[in-house]
Write a protein that binds this ligand. Structure first.
Ligand SMILES: [Zn+2]
Length: 500
């Protein structure tokens, strides 16, 4: 039995997004549990598909004594403010110091955090954790699949594993895998060796789904290599929306046999390098996507339109109107779009009350290029308080608090409805619509502000999925961003140009 400190600090930073993550964003959590400190960490994540919860269960089952430090997460957005980074990091490190001596540390991290001050947020956090516990206490972390892994992160851990599913249905399972690495290290009484490579091309997130090629085959090959070499391997396609030197894809691994670790990680690197051309993805204009959905969607088998570039899970505010505008323009039938995040409109709907029709100026308030509020008359069909528990495979057990919500029906195109929320969350769980009385499967088309996570809960009911390129800050093609800090020589999309 060992004394193990548990902590977590998750943020996925799109440095090109319109809004930053301040301390209040972590206090609230935006779909995640709110920031928690000390022993409160255990209750905060309990029962949810969250890495820390998976690690806690696995470490308890192995008989270890656990000490909570700090756990915080916020919706993806632009930079974490200096204040939020320092308050959360200081809380985690000071709880850790007050708990010393500990024999191990587990951290639930994202791996793509950029703060106002530190380009490599996790690298800095891990450096401070290492400084607090010294060189001999094993520090193990779990990461999101969208981690942009750096040498500084590698240097300060004794083990690290990333999710291997996108949609991330294995978040808790990944925490448990990290816990097993820590347990093995403690039992062996010696450190594992790590190896790490960065790839030299970027990929957009819609093509990183692990249900489809090439990731499906890459992860299958990774598991084969793991068994063959006895090494814990990870492949992180990365988050190509963070403008810093180390942005992009990487592979890494940990094990006791140095030669085997090197060999396995190199073989995985080659597999990913050889898959470059297969990461290309078909994107549809809003006009073409809606036209196709009108032709092919049917109640019971809706066509899903993924409004990927305004994905709140990638730094969007969930309020652009390009796809909604097109649904109305083409007078679509049995169409619902969600979640459109617009606090003022949701409040206005609640003040007017159910059954009333009034003029709205919907969304378009984040100042995203080529995007404006959508003006029109809408009937308030249903209201909700935004409190419900998710049931889909990814967000299972997440207790949502999205503030006042409303379902509006367009007067110009009465077959089009829009689900409004006050706080942002990625439309990746059917409960987000059921909360407003909409059964998603009965629709002909569903417009979802999500890139890939929706596939876990919506693909089983979808006739087909079309990825739509409408206005938003989470560009599907990384080559369209204005990169200023990315290391030289990286191709900005598969087989694409490098930074000028
Ligand atoms: Zn992710």
């Amino acid at each position: 039995m060992a004394r193990i400190a548990i902590g977590g600090f998750q943020h996925e930073t799109n440095t090109f997004a319109p809004s930053k993550a301040d301390y209040a964003a972590f206090e609230h959590g935006g779909g995640w549990p709110g920031a928690s400190f000390g022993a409160a960490v255990f209750g905060a994540v309990q029962g949810a598909n969250i890495p820390a919860e998976g690690a806690i269960q696995a470490l308890r089952a192995a008989g270890h004594e656990l000490i909570g430090t700090a756990w915080a997460a916020a919706s993806p957005s632009a930079h974490v403010t200096e204040d939020a980074f320092e308050r959360i990091t200081n809380a985690l490190v000071s709880h850790l110091k007050n708990s010393l001596p500990v024999e191990g540390v587990y951290l639930d991290l994202h791996g793509a955090m950029v703060s106002e001050r530190y380009d490599d947020g996790e690298g800095e956090l891990l450096r401070r954790v290492r400084e607090a516990v010294g060189p001999r206490v094993p520090v193990v972390a779990s990461l999101d699949l969208h981690a942009n892994v750096t040498a500084a992160m590698m240097r300060n851990v004794d083990g690290m594993v990333a999710y291997r599913t996108y949609p991330h249905v294995d978040m808790a399972e990944t925490g448990a895998r990290a816990a097993r690495l820590l347990d093995q290290t403690l039992k062996a009484g010696r450190r594992m060796t790590g190896a790490f490579h960065q790839l030299d091309y970027l990929t957009g997130i819609p093509s990183q789904c692990s249900f489809i090629e090439p990731c499906k085959s890459i992860y299958a090959e990774m598991e084969r290599l793991e068994t063959q070499h006895g090494v814990a391997l990870s492949f992180t396609p990365g988050f190509a929306m963070a403008d810093f030197a180390d942005c992009g894809m990487s592979v890494f691994g940990f094990g006791f046999d140095k030669a085997a670790v090197g060999k396995a990680v190199e073989q995985l690197r080659r597999t990913v390098a050889d898959s470059e051309k297969d990461f290309a993805l078909e994107l549809h204009s809003p006009g073409d996507a809606v036209k196709r959905a009108r032709e092919r969607g049917e109640p019971g088998r809706p066509v899903v339109l993924a409004d990927t570039q305004d994905n709140p899970g990638a730094g969007g505010n969930g309020d652009t109107t390009g796809l909604l505008r097109e649904l109305i323009r083409q007078d679509s039938r049995d169409a619902v779009l969600g979640l459109l995040v617009d606090k003022e409109s949701a409040q206005r709907a609640h003040e007017a009350g159910q059954g009333r029709t009034l003029a709205f100026s919907l969304g378009g308030k984040s100042g995203v290029e080529n995007d404006l509020p959508l003006e029109g008359e809408f009937a308030v069909e249903r209201l909700g308080d935004g409190r419900f528990t998710c049931t889909g495979p990814m967000f299972k057990g997440f207790r949502m608090q999205l503030g006042p919500m409303a379902l509006l029906r367009s007067r110009a195109a009465p077959g089009v409805r829009v689900a409004l929320a006050t706080r942002k969350a990625q439309a990746a769980d059917q409960e987000m619509f059921r909360h407003l009385g909409v059964e998603p499967r009965t629709q002909r088309m569903l417009g979802l502000k999500s890139s890939v996570h929706f596939r876990a809960d919506f693909e089983p009911i979808a006739k087909e999925v079309l990825v739509v390129k409408a206005p938003g800050p989470a560009l599907a093609d990384p080559a369209e961003f204005n990169w200023t800090k990315l290391r030289k020589g990286v191709r900005l999309r598969p087989l694409g140009p490098t930074r000028a």
